[in-house]
Design a protein around this ligand. Structure first.
Ligand code: AMP
Length: 118
């Protein structure tokens, strides 16, 4: 996938758009979803220019991959997820991806519908 530098998350990473930041490191940024579908609805994104899950897994460095997934764990540890959570990554047209920058949704805080998607 050719990366679109002007997607919303690229603009958030550049500081051109605000976000409700939760945490970050050199490799990831975690922030609240603007239209939460659960009491906890967080997006965790890599800082590098990867359009989807495949591009990230295929092209990111080992440090970038570890850095992103440490970010997922940081969110799990620091928000209310003691009763469980759901991780979702919508990819491409059939997957329902709206923003073409790889992101992981973390949903928690209530019993989630088996078929609910973020
Ligand atoms: P997806 O449909 O998997 O691409 O998810 C994109 C997510 O980004 C949706 O859940 C939106 O609610 C969320 N979103 C869109 N714009 C923003 C924004 N400016 N800040 C935070 N979340 C956003």
């Amino acid at each position: 996938m050719k990366y679109d530098d002007n997607n919303i998350f690229a603009r958030i990473l550049r500081g051109d758009l605000p976000c409700q930041k939760i945490s970050e490191n050199e490799y990831y940024l975690a922030f609240h979803d603007l239209y939460p579908r659960a009491p906890v609805h967080v997006l965790i994104i890599p800082k590098g220019p990867y359009g989807d899950a495949f591009d990230f897994h295929n092209q990111a460095t080992p440090d970038e991959i570890v850095g992103l997934y440490k970010g997922v764990n940081s969110v799990i540890e620091n928000l209310e997820t003691s009763e469980g959570y759901r991780l979702i990554s919508n990819t491409g047209h059939h997957g329902g991806q709206e923003v073409p920058h790889y992101h992981i949704h973390l949903l928690a805080g209530q019993k989630l519908n088996k078929h609910s998607i973020a």
